[in-house]
Design a protein around this ligand. Structure first.
Ligand code: HOZ
Length: 430
């Protein structure tokens, strides 16, 4: 596989961009080798600057749920651009997308658009604090909610991938207001709430964690948090940046039948453009400025081009709920193939899957929280990643990121992914 152009670009990039990338995980630091510079993508495939083709298993880390050529998004965006790229004034499109989101996500009664998942979570936490007049928040070890200061404590995703789950630069003052508990450990959360009686504004979590690899909530965990929050006047925030519009039209909350007070959204909501949103109960959302006292703003928030892309994507998903069955089936076939491969090779690694999100952990024990995720053999994962890449399958370059399947992956790709997995596992154990 020739990667000369990517290598040269990476060398040049490092002169001008910290680490040569605009988001850390992309640097391949945790898996070895040079990052590939991507030139284009179509359907299930990405093409690098050296013209190698890869089956895309991350799909822009989630947004490209329909693969890379949803023509309707592209054509509507092209039309929207003609009316100007940005106004900084209200548009009819913002009402349309707000109505659509509210109709799709069960717990959302009002919604505010922002530009990324990070903005959404930072704003939701401020709102929860302003509304409850309390300072502390509980997050879960290994959950990642973007790079806002309050969340870079025991953080997953790129933070743990780079070995910095507690980032320097976060003040002690901020850190002391973030309490952490192990994912899936309801008793630990109850103890924290008890020890900080009347001081906890919010509990925030990814209802299905995707930033320590894919980790599912244990039976009763989400319901237990809901009950606890109701009892203690705590705002329950589901960070559905990954799971929103992916696990079902209404996200994880619809799938599990648990309504949070606030929800944060990103990724799919922009159809590939930079969009985030936070929404929830009217009573709480009306605390946001200019209706209420909690300030949050953005020059490009509700940008007409981004809103167009998001709306076309969400309308499509809303009208085609059969794609969720298709995604479950496709992912199910890949995971079945991987499990058969593991059996044939006498290996006992853990695969976690829900809908179109899944991870293979290089660990022999079940993975249900950050500690068990961290028991994975990271050197082996790096070798596996590189082997898969050589076989034309582009995985997330970190053990601590989930994979995302798109509807563009068909039988031919499933076969290639499963046989690449067998050969890669065989090779790294030879
Ligand atoms: N933190 C992102 C996924 N959890 C990675 C984003 C990127 O590198 O593009």
């Amino acid at each position: 596989m020739k990667t000369e152009r990517s290598k040269a670009l990476f060398e040049k990039a490092q002169q001008f961009i910290p680490g040569g990338v605009n988001s850390p995980v992309r640097a391949f630091k945790a898996v070895g080798g040079n990052p590939l510079f991507i030139k284009s993508a179509k359907g299930a495939y990405m093409y690098d600057e050296d013209d190698n083709a890869y089956i895309d298993m991350i799909n822009s880390w989630g947004p490209m749920i329909l693969g890379h050529d949803y023509e309707n998004v592209e054509s509507q965006v092209a039309l929207a651009i003609k009316d100007s790229l940005s106004f900084g004034a209200p548009t009819a499109k913002e009402i349309e997308i707000a109505e659509l989101i509210i109709s799709m996500v069960p717990s959302i009664e009002k919604v505010r658009m922002v530009n990324s998942g990070t903005e959404a979570t930072m704003s939701a936490i401020r709102l929860a604090r302003g509304y409850t007049q309390r300072d502390k928040v509980i997050k879960f070890e290994g959950c990642y909610h973007g790079h806002g200061d309050s969340f870079l404590i025991a953080a997953g995703s790129g933070a743990i991938t780079m070995g910095e789950p507690d980032s320097p630069g976060v003040t002690k003052g901020t850190a002391k207001d973030t309490l952490t508990a192990p994912f899936n450990n309801l008793q630990a959360v109850k103890d924290l709430v008890e020890g900080n009686k009347g001081e906890v504004a919010a509990i925030i979590l990814e209802p299905v964690a995707g930033n320590m690899g894919c980790v599912l909530p244990a039976e009763g965990f989400l319901q237990g948090l809901r009950t606890l929050c109701d009892q203690e006047g705590i705002i329950l925030i589901f960070d559905e940046v990954m799971t929103g519009f992916r696990l079902s039209k209404g996200g994880a909350q619809e799938l599990f039948g648990i309504n949070p007070d606030l929800t944060t959204l990103g990724k799919i909501i922009g159809g590939g453009m930079p969009v985030g949103a936070y929404g929830g109960k009217k009573e709480i959302m009306d605390f946001v400025s200019p209706q209420g006292p909690v300030y949050q703003a953005g020059t490009l928030s509700g940008n007409p081009v981004a809103m167009t892309a998001g709306m076309v994507m969400l309308n499509y998903l809303n009208d085609h709920s059969e794609i969720y069955t298709q995604l479950n089936e496709t992912t199910g076939k890949i995971v079945k193939g991987f499990n058969e491969n593991l059996n044939k090779l006498n290996l006992n690694y853990t695969i976690n899957q829900i809908g179109s999100m899944f991870s293979i952990f290089f660990s022999d024990t079940p993975v249900f929280d950050f500690e068990s995720a961290k028991s994975s053999d990271l050197t082996l994962f790096g070798k596996y990643f590189r082997e898969m890449l050589h076989k034309g399958v582009y995985l997330a370059p970190s053990q601590f990121e989930t994979l995302f399947v798109s509807t563009a992956i068909g039988e031919k790709e499933i076969e290639q992914i499963v046989s690449a997995n067998f050969e890669a596992l065989e090779k790294i154990h030879s």
